[in-house]
Ligand binder design. Sequence first.
Ligand code: EVA
Length: 596
Amino acid sequence: MESALYPIQNKYRFNTLMNGSWQFETDPDSIGLKEGWNKELPDPEAMPVPGTFAKLTTKRERKYYTGDFWYQKDFFVPSFLQGRDIFIRFGSVTHRAKVFINGHEVGQHEGGFLPFQVKISDYIQFDQSNRLTILVNNELSEKTIPCGTETVLSNGQKLAQPYFDFFNYSGIMRNVWLLALPQIQITNFKLDYQLSNNTATINYQIESNDNDTEFKITLLDHEEALISTTSKDTGRLTVKNPHLWQPSDPYLYKIKIEMLQNAKIVDEYIDQIGIRTIKVVNDKILLNNQPIYLKGFGKHEDFNILGKVTNESIIKRDYECMKWIGANCFRSSHYPYAEEWYQYADKYGFLIIDEVPAVGLNRSVTNFLNVTNSNQSHFFAAKTVPQLKQVHQQEIKEMIDRDQRHPSVIAWSLFNEPESTTPESYDYFQDIFTYAKKLDPQKRPYTGTLVMGSGPKADRLHSLCDIVCLNRYYGWYVAGGPEIVNAKRMLMDELNGWQDLKLNKPFVFTKFGADTLASLHQLPDEMWSQEYQNEYYQMYFDIFKKYPFIQGELVWNFADFKTSEGIMRVGGNAKGVFTREREPKDIAFVLRKRWR
Ligand code: EVA
């Protein structure tokens, strides 16, 4: 990626959103490239960007379309932008893209949940119409993340089979910008904080595409009063009596970076930053050196009609609901969300465990139901693993480069429920953690979530994690309904087992929940009823009290969400505390009481 910086506008940087109605065509036989679709699509239809075709169609074949598909858009670049570097920036393209300008390939990107930008300056004509074409592919395999496989139906149609429990929405689901940047430009900057004696030290490191430049760095408070200033691409700023960022008081400073050449400013980037530290000490998570207990959710980017499309109204509504209920944290399960989510979190004072799309690293289409160890598929012994690892690492790097400055991001999750009980799984993740730990200047905690069955005896990955995150379903997939008394016993047995290991690490429950129909009430309660969801959570909360190393509860899920079809899902996953329309189920009031 050329730069991880979110687009801003100022005297040096111009951008415009390219969202709107684009041209679209599916290419089931992958003939497009040979037939020149990169120049002209033969029979396109209108398609919104951002948008996802799966939610806009009334036809099953289109909803489940798997393979290559194309987007095209004509655009204009006025000549007053000449002399600048022109880029197209995609918030994401799911899952992979090849980008063409006026028929020439200008870049490609693997991974459906992170931004990338491609430089197009050499291929465009100013003051004339230009054509942007993107070849997208949404197939799943074991070589890329998230993992899955595919089957071919008797009518010849390919069908993606995710190894994960959310609908494989694809396409261009986030914003697309045209950027005009100075040719000599700031490409990123990294910050880390130290607190002592009422003073904060901000260590910074600026990245740019030119070595022969100078910098001026200015720190301003919320009211734009000057706090501190310095020069050089790497250095430190000090803040006396810093106003620290925390969920109850998400105070943001402004940092301005000016890049100079021959004493003339050539680029400027401004960002809002929050001064805070985050670390793990013994079995506590410390924010600004104070223990913090995480309360909140595993979430999804998911909504009716929109699928995973970024929509700030939904973002705002979700934060309002999370604030109302008294949450302070969520995990971006199971992929990095659109950048706007993190900007809101910084302002609303939410903590995020930021997760790379490493979900489904377990060879089973129902891996989330694979609750015993007897099902070891030796996923990490496959020949494709080196390729997978490379993609996994690349996406970790892109996620950290993108999100490292957000005060809201308090930890990196490098996996969700992979195979974790085999020696190969340890070897794989040891490399992943070693790689990842070099990337974050703030050295935030690294973690990943452990599947049910990966308990204190069998699991091999917890030693790699700074925080041990457990996804557990005693009382739902195991020992549900009248057996809930057994579920309680099983959960305690497992926690006793972890306690005996004396790991001296914080544990966070990153998933526990029960599918619940908002329409169903029952006495005595039964599985799927609202009353059962209440009983289920109460059982967990009663037990959490007994284990002081539990430092957080992120319930599954914030809202009901769409999954693949199957006998386990009625219209999707119904474990939401809120409905898919973001209205509360009964449990929301229980949690509100508990968390506030
Ligand atoms: C569930 N359980 O069964 C969830 C899934 C999720 O949606 C898991 O990680 O353990 C998975 O994706 O509701």
